[in-house]
Design a protein around this ligand. Sequence first.
Ligand code: NAI
Length: 341
Amino acid sequence: MKKVKVGIVGLGRLGRQHAENLAFRIPNCELIAVCSIIEEEAKKAQEEWGVKYAYTNYEEMIKNEELDAVLIASPSGFHCEQIEKALEANLHVFSEKPLGLYLEEAVRVEEAVKKHENKVFMLGFMRRYDKSYAYAKKKVEKGAIGEPVLIRCYGLDPSEAIGGFMNFAKNNYSGGLFLDMAIHDLDLARWYLNSEAKQVWAIGGAYGYPEIGQLHDAETGAALVKFENGTMGVFVAGRNCSHGYHIETEIIGTEGTLRIGTVPERNMVTVFNETGAVKECSEGFLERFEQAYLSEVEEFINCIREERKPDVTVEDGVLSTALGYACKESFETGELVTVQS
Ligand code: NAI
């Protein structure tokens, strides 16, 4: 089959990484179009990477008949609308997480994906494609820890990124701490525990950065989740992690425990000096999940070429949105919330 011709919308923190992967690191595809409402961003990407077309308007880009697929890396509030429009334009779609910020729009997208059955749709739950997370999944499936009983997840952004987040949050609604950040952990919990969430209690506050509270959001939050099969989830999400980007997952089973990223180390180097034995920490998502961002889009392109569907489905998007939204509702009301299914 010929190379898959892709257009990307959104050239921000993550969009540029995806665009570079599409342009230079995935042999079976060709990045032929870039789009950002910021014209300089689109022009810069076009010139830097020799991309054929640059747009400031998404609707214009998806009219381009040379395109086979789009990758959506725009702010979360645009995902649903842009997915639906791309499917209507007969394009394969990869969308960044979360699928939607509200359950109703996520369900609408699910219907649109089902209506366009011959198109590949994939959601950016890249952690499933991270080598350590994928290895842990195989271990769990082979019974290395017996039956999983509880999952404990930390998803903490570095304090250093708080300025960038405040800029982002003032211009775009992120969905709040649970839908924006904890969503990866909520998806992983469903994946490892093989069950859907039933009830949620979530709390949080803005401790080091009260300005986050003014956005009616939590800077640090915790959620306790009961799953339909009786298993449990404990989730900690935060934007004020002084030592770096800390993504850690623990799965406790009936016959053992498995941990991923216990120390969020940058690499295998330990520096021994007057401050002690120091393992430097990973600084951010692009560093920690560089391989996963590439592998997930490689899988998307391979699915198109091989006419098969990826493991991450639109249902995963809907169900994780429902759970993330329930966490947000519980945080806002202080009530125990039953997850909509
Ligand atoms: P960003 O704010 O850095 O970039 C957004 C980009 O979209 C900018 O280029 C902006 O000009 C463009 N844009 C905004 N509105 C547009 C519109 N209507 N049409 C066309 N372009 C538009 O955002 P960032 O951090 O790159 O996040 C983008 C998405 O990726 C978000 O949905 C976020 O949740 C997700 N994300 C996922 C991560 C993961 O680990 N999978 C990590 C970081 C972000």
